[in-house]
Design a protein around this ligand. Sequence first.
Ligand SMILES: [Zn+2]
Length: 151
Amino acid sequence: MKKKPVVDLDNYRFDDQLKAMQEIAETGDCPFCMENFAAHQEEETLFDGKFWLLTYNRWPYKHTKVHLLAIYKEHAEHLSEVNPEAGTELIEVFQWAAAHFDVPGGGFVMRFGDTNYSAGSVHHLHAQFIQPDIESDTYEPVRVKLGKSKK
Ligand SMILES: [Zn+2]
């Protein structure tokens, strides 16, 4: 039986990211399930909660000063699979991040489910915490994409 895809190769943003995603796709192992994530983790764990692990995004969006990923610690893809208590902890995690990085403002976003709709690269549920880098000379507003681009 063919395994369910764990990454969506259409939704990459950087060439080295695509390469990493292709390697993941070949193994079929979910890169955000903790047993696999730990094996390949390069970024520091910033917060390790009951439901979420907070770390840096290896491929931050352009024009971000802070771009973190909160990864759900159980394999889940759709919002319906998430324990509502994890919502409470997610706010705590992002409050910690806002204080730790002294973030005056920004946003967080959680895309979910079918990656044709979410435009996510990894199916495993994760939330992103972003502070735009408004003081950079090349700054442009940070836009989060929902929905895959038409081919
Ligand atoms: Zn997973």
